[in-house]
Write a protein that binds this ligand. Structure first.
Ligand SMILES: [Zn+2]
Length: 466
């Protein structure tokens, strides 16, 4: 349990008095969704959140039982004329991994220095909790300027399969003008940012087969196809010399970087030489006609993650392997459809199989759609101004090269504008050992969420949500 008396008040000014006592209780649940051994812990965590929400005045709470962990849906009394905000968060966490890599019990939150340490401190219990507390404060003050809906997922860390399978059925309940989530981070500092776009993702595993048995390279080499060489040749054709992906049609739906995007990008203090030094390469690569930020934020990419073939034990075995395998992934940008790009990639690979070899597609999966938003829209200019209050120097508008599958899917199906605002910092180590969150970021998150909930955005949305 957190001892609130030990938390320096200078770092937590502005938060309700019992904020960390309650957060400590939420963080104590071992709500690990990827391991069914923790199903009861996930349920207990959901129950705690349901009870928390049920105490909020005027909030109607509805747990949604699923084959997996419960979903939690809540909404304020819907008042006509107000825009609707859907707040998404998740109460499940990543497994802590090896206990020895943690300085203290991952499920017993502890303040050390300026940070709160616990599994979920950032991802996503911590960043969900400040929204819920902000909602509570606004309801108590009777100052809410939105119709608010809350959706809490119990399986985000393991693919949100229950939510995704229920999603179409839930559309009437989830309908909103805006879907807000705090899952992301600011740019290399404690200054929060609005993420205006995330890339989509798709993965593919394939194998190349040669002869039906392993063959002696002296007796057979030179006249039989070698799958290891074949796969290397095929992978070598995925990009052309200028760094572009060579799959025909891969860029056909990609929009040029807009002048607004360029202008906002120019405000991001990114030093590509320092970045290259930091990751230990002499030069960066890729589509060199785009700068290093554009390549990650606005350009689709294709990467090879693994190549396996032949004997990998100690010593050397000079035989010709019967098979080679590779795993590839694509990161996709606005307008690209993951399944469509997978189809293009599959037909390109089929066309490149060397003579005598056979290709087999072992797995292909559309992981996430891309999301994108126009920074000139009213929602973002106004929210940007709210955020700038905490943000002295860093840019308020950012993009991310990564993906948030479930949020992209909800946004796509519900047709809400995404409001992805992240208070994370580079040292939070979410998913790793000793996950933590700066105390001051809870203050910023809470203060921002409350300000947003109390700001009148009516007039910012052309379409009506029933
Ligand atoms: Zn996570």
């Amino acid at each position: 349990m957190i001892n609130s008396n030990l938390i320096p008040t200078s770092l937590t000014q502005g938060l309700p008095r019992n904020f960390f006592d309650e957060l400590g209780k939420l963080l104590a649940f071992k709500s690990i969704s990827s391991d069914t051994a923790y199903k009861a812990d996930c349920k207990a965590c959901a129950k705690w959140l349901i009870e928390f929400l049920a105490e909020l005045p005027g909030l109607e709470v509805r747990p949604i039982e699923t084959a997996g962990n419960p979903l939690i849906f809540a909404q304020t009394k819907q008042r006509p004329g107000l825009p609707t905000l859907l707040v998404y968060g998740h109460y499940d966490v990543q497994p802590p991994g090896d206990r020895d890599t943690w300085l203290a019990d991952p499920f017993e939150a502890q303040v050390r220095g300026e940070r709160l340490f616990a599994r979920g401190a950032r991802d996503n219990k911590g960043q969900t909790f400040f929204w819920l507390v902000a909602l509570r404060e606004a309801l108590h003050a009777n100052s809410l300027a939105w119709n608010v809906k809350v959706l809490l997922d119990g399986e985000e860390e393991s693919g949100s399969s229950s939510l995704l399978s229920e999603l179409k059925r839930l559309v009437p309940e989830l309908s909103a003008h805006v879907i807000a989530a705090s899952e992301t981070a600011g740019f290399d500092s404690a200054d929060p940012a609005l993420i205006m776009g995330l890339r989509g993702a798709a993965i593919l595993r394939f194998s190349i087969h040669g002869a039906s048995r392993e063959l002696h390279s002296g007796n057979h080499g030179g006249r039989v196809p070698n799958p290891a060489v074949a796969i290397a040749q095929m992978l070598g054709k995925l990009h052309d010399e200028s760094g572009k992906v060579a799959v025909p049609g891969f860029y056909s739906k990609v929009q040029p970087v807009s002048p607004t995007q360029r202008e906002l990008l120019a405000q991001i203090p990114f030093d590509s030489a320092a970045y290259a030094r930091n990751i230990g390469v002499s030069e960066l690569s890729g589509e060199l006609q785009f700068n290093a930020l554009e390549r990650v934020f606005f350009r689709p990419t294709l990467e090879v993650h693994s190549i396996h073939s032949g004997f990998s034990g100690p010593g050397i075995k000079t035989s010709i392997p019967i098979e080679a395998q590779a795993v590839l992934s694509m990161r996709l940008v606005a307008n690209q459809e993951p399944q469509e790009e997978l189809d293009r990639l599959v037909s390109f690979l089929q066309s490149q199989v060397p003579v005598g070899c056979r290709v087999e597609f072992l797995m292909q999966r559309a992981i996430a759609r891309p999301t994108s938003a126009d920074p000139r829209a009213d929602l973002y200019t106004r929210t940007g101004a709210l955020l700038r209050k905490f943000n002295s120097k860093a840019p308020v508008f950012l993009w991310s090269g990564a993906s948030l599958p479930v949020i992209a899917e909800i946004q796509n199906i519900v047709k809400a504008q995404p409001l992805l605002v992240g208070f994370g910092t580079a040292d939070d180590n979410e998913h790793g050992p000793n996950e933590s969150f700066l105390l001051g970021q809870y203050v910023k998150g809470f203060t921002f969420a409350r300000a947003l909930l109390e700001t009148d955005y009516s007039g910012s949305f052309p379409t009506k949500v029933e």
